[in-house]
Design a protein around this ligand. Structure first.
Ligand code: F6R
Length: 600
């Protein structure tokens, strides 16, 4: 997630910004930059890479400035794309977190302005410039700019002739710090915690003007009085926004991650998914096959997607474990679309599978969270999942964002192939659009999952079962539990139980079932009865009426058609987390595991 820090006060801004940026490093970033204000005009320092490598002056008299750590979403991690971004004159500089959805049309409208980056952010300083040229001061020019922006943002703006910072937010976190010698803005309080614990959380639509003298907040042009709060957390807890672990924070970030994933990509009116890839209609029509290649959690996302593609786009689709993948080319290799799915973009097994496919002549489309990663350089095309950096080793928010992205990809392939009507696409996309809210509802019921974890944590083994789209979710639920709780857990296609695994089922082996739409819940209920008669407690994630009467614990999952199993997965994430916590495991860094597996 990008990070913002800003300071306006009587002290020198540069050292404050530098340590602020270091404090934000934990959020993950690929580029960094600083703009310093003052009488000599703005001074800008920015580049791709680490803060330690940013060429900053040893000293600078500026008492106003903003800094930014960037995690790329639009445009590669390059020096030019690093924030802050400026207007044509270099007198206005902007740092931004979030996504400006209508940047394409704004850029077109600002046709005579000189753009120097590929970012969505750069439209902001140029819009501010137009309003300043029309005679407005900086706060008013920023307020008018905000009216033109679609999407999400937290913004910090400085200008050469303005002794302060103008900040604003919409659906992206921003906090103001009130210090003794000046005031701060930041994406989270860790950035300035050594200077002040007195904060104001800026609300959606607020515009805050910070100067040495104080902070004024307006909303819709009217002054508003936001409460001051005292932060009692220590820096380490604050990095996790008060959660005990990054994993739990990232589980709770899923609605936000999904909003970012979906932002600007759904045209519900016309039933179209607008992902930024260029796969010609003729090519999609000539497809023989789509193959997802991936490892671990990403493989489970691929399994989910393969079912969606086969059922909606009417083309043969499969997911293959990357380390096992071989591709002989077939009759016309180019007519196989190979889709490496990889959060990091650096997984060695996935990269070498991609290379094998390319050597055989297949076309490739990478799905990843990481701009500039190896997979983006080697695949023919790339689509980004935009989940923001994931710090916990166990993948959580990236799984849900991968599946959501692949669901959009499926719609775009299906529409091009004419296998999905406008009405069907509108209905499917409406479910996709509701994903963030549905996930939030499951998160709101966390207490019930925690309670179940407390009751069943000592089980000798845990079996996850599901059918159809519930099957990859069963595999993912089991993987999460084994990797962070270190307990024996297996995922099965529910119908397979009776062909062997049933022998393992006892009263000491809780069974967790996906009983939602999209997972053939009624058939799975028969398997629930099978395991119950062997004494196993059954926990079910369900969106079907009456299922709870067969269950020892039931967790409600909103009805979202083919996407309900994906939402059910959030119950499994929470279950794994709470079992691991009760067992005192090293949740964010499980033993023997690494976030990015760069060896085969
Ligand atoms: C499990 C997990 C791993 C990764 C796998 C692939 O929680 O994180 O199974 O999913 O190592 O990693 P990426 O997606 O980076 O290729």
């Amino acid at each position: 997630m990008c990070g913002i820090i800003g300071y306006a006060g009587e002290q020198r801004a540069l050292p404050i910004l530098r340590t602020g940026l270091e404090n934000l490093e934990y959020r993950g970033y690929d580029s960094v930059g600083v703009a310093l204000g003052g009488d000599d005009g703005l001074r800008l320092f920015k580049q791709a890479g680490r803060i330690a490598d940013l060429a900053l002056p040893a000293d600078d008299d500026a008492t106003v400035g903003v800094g930014h750590t960037r995690w790329s979403t639009h445009g590669k991690p390059t020096d030019a794309n690093a924030h802050p971004h400026t207007d044509c004159t270099g007198d206005v500089a902007v740092v931004h977190n979030g996504i400006i959805e209508n940047y394409d049309s704004l850029r077109e409208e600002l046709g005579d302005h000189a753009f120097t980056s590929e970012t969505d952010t750069e439209v902001v300083p140029h819009l501010v410039e137009t309003f300043r040229d029309a005679g407005h001061d900086l706060p008013e020019a920023v307020a008018r700019t905000l009216d033109r922006l679609e999407g999400t943002f937290a913004l910090g703006v400085v200008a050469a002739d303005f002794d302060g910072i103008v900040a604003a937010r919409r659906d992206n976190p921003l906090v103001v710090g009130h210090g003794e010698t000046g005031n701060f803005i930041a994406s989270d309080v860790t950035a300035f915690l050594e200077h002040t614990r007195e904060v104001t959380y800026v609300e959606d639509g607020d515009v805050a003007v910070l100067s040495e003298g104080g902070v004024e907040i307006t909303n819709d042009g009217r002054a508003v009085d936001r409460p001051r709060e005292r932060v009692e957390w220590e820096a380490e807890a604050a990095e996790k926004s008060g959660y005990d672990h990054y994993m739990l924070k990232e589980i709770h970030e899923q609605p936000t991650a999904l909003r970012q994933t979906l932002s600007g990509r759904i045209d519900e009116l016309n039933g179209e998914a607008e992902i930024e890839i260029d796969l010609p209609k003729e090519y999609l029509n000539s497809l023989d096959e789509v193959t997802f290649i991936a490892c671990g959690t990403s493989y489970h996302a691929g399994l989910y997607a393969a079912q969606l593609v086969e059922s909606l786009a009417d083309v043969r689709a499969s997911a293959e474990v990357a380390s096992e993948y071989e591709f002989d080319g077939g009759r016309d290799p180019w007519r196989t679309l190979v889709v490496p799915v990889t959060q990091s973009g650096e997984t060695a097994d996935t990269l070498s599978a991609l290379r094998r496919a390319k050597r055989a002549g297949a076309r490739s489309l990478a799905v990843t969270n990481t701009l500039g990663s190896t997979v983006t350089r080697e695949a023919d095309d790339t689509v980004f999942i935009r989940a923001g950096p994931e710090i916990g080793v166990a993948a959580t928010k990236t799984f849900v964002s991968q599946v959501a992205t692949l669901a959009l990809l499926t719609v775009s392939v299906a529409r091009a192939r004419g296998t999905m009507s406008t009405t069907e696409a509108i209905e499917f996309l409406s479910n996709v659009r509701q994903l963030p809210g549905a996930v939030q509802r499951v998160l709101d019921a966390e207490a019930a999952v925690r309670d179940a974890a407390e009751t069943y944590a000592d089980g000798g083994a845990f079996f996850f079962i599901g059918r159809k789209l519930g099957y990859p979710v069963a595999l993912e639920g089991a993987l999460k539990l084994k990797e962070i709780a270190y307990v024996h857990a297996e995922g099965f296609a529910a119908g397979e139980l009776k062909h062997g695994p049933l022998a393992l089922v006892t009263s000491d082996s809780p069974v967790l079932a996906v009983l939602s739409q999209g997972a053939n819940a009624h058939a799975t209920l028969n398997n629930v009865k099978e395991v119950e008669s062997r004494g196993a407690p059954v926990l079910g994630c369900t969106s079907v009426a009456d299922a709870e009467k067969f269950l020892d614990r039931s967790f409600e999952v909103p009805e979202l058609g083919a996407l309900s199993p994906l939402v059910a997965n959030v119950c499994f994430q929470l279950f794994a987390y709470h079992v691991a916590k009760l067992k005192g495991r090293s949740i964010d860094k499980p033993r023997n595991l690494a976030k990015s597996v760069t060896v085969e």
